[in-house]
Design a protein around this ligand. Structure first.
Ligand SMILES: [Zn+2]
Length: 262
């Protein structure tokens, strides 16, 4: 268990360091290791034991090497037609890594541009490039959790998600021998802000942990995300996530059935 926590904490520090190029959001810290990376100080800073959920969907329990190229989270090992109820997307040709990093890639990639809930339509202006499996989990979270929570909190729906690009062929922390980022498999997304149908913007950086409607909304959807993704990081995780949520379906622990929710 201790080893698991150490490895998870190390993974956290290296997880999500690329800046989001989202609207007027301020630039995020570049690829700098955290102070004391790997030291006990950092581990203490995120010292929340991994949770072994009782209800983690089976499709998320992929093996550690079951990357996006091999298929996971609902993907088969051969390219297939992606079907995501409620989502608007374009399926892309299978993506391979390049010479710089041949481990990157997605077997069944999609460009997710929007989705439709019961009474609301949501757009992703950045058209996030994601694996079909991850896009399916993301769509379910938005339709089943985010939209109802927004309706309850604000009396109106979320209409835009301000995200990063999703797919990025890179190693964690951009170290050549670092572990592959989940972004490099299309199994992760960064979300910096949400826009309501009346134009109100809810920013992770500005509104997180505030005693406001927007703060309550962010807290509630973060909590809900922890039931659908294996990694959910926000401003409480570390300084690299002070301005966005990082969601992914990567493997933590030997049996890949631990989640990180911070
Ligand atoms: Zn990220």
């Amino acid at each position: 268990m201790h080893l698991n926590v150490v490895s998870i904490c190390t993974a956290l520090a290296l997880c999500c360091l690329l800046p989001l190029d989202v609207y007027a959001s301020p630039p995020l810290p570049q690829e700098k290791p955290l102070p004391g990376l790997g030291s006990s100080r950092f581990i203490e800073g995120v010292d929340v034991p991994a949770i072994k959920p009782a209800t983690l969907p089976e499709e998320l329990l992929a093996g550690p090497d079951d990357g996006g190229r091999k298929g996971s989270a609902g993907e088969s090992s051969t390219p297939a037609t992606c079907d995501i109820p409620g989502a608007t997307f374009e399926q892309l040709a299978p993506m391979e890594g390049d010479q710089a990093d041949e481990d990157c890639g997605i077997t069944v990639p999609v460009n997710l541009s929007g989705l439709r809930g019961e009474d609301a339509e949501v757009t992703f202006p950045m058209k996030a490039t994601l694996s079909c499996g991850f896009a399916t989990s993301l769509t379910a979270w938005v339709i089943e959790d985010v939209l109802p929570i927004a309706q309850a909190q604000f009396g109106k729906p979320v209409s835009e998600f301000l995200t990063g690009p999703g797919y990025q062929c890179r190693r964690r922390n951009n170290l050549p021998d670092g572990k592959l980022s989940e972004h490099a498999l299309g199994k992760a997304i960064d979300i910096a802000a949400f826009r309501l149908s009346d134009g109100t913007e809810i920013s992770v950086e500005k509104d997180w942990a505030r005693n406001t409607q927007s703060g309550s909304f962010l807290s509630a959807i973060h909590k809900a995300a922890c039931k659908r993704f294996t990694t959910v990081l926000g401003p409480d995780a570390d300084p690299n996530h002070k301005s966005h949520f990082h969601l992914d379906i990567g493997c933590h622990g030997k049996s890949c059935n631990y989640i990180i929710c911070q």
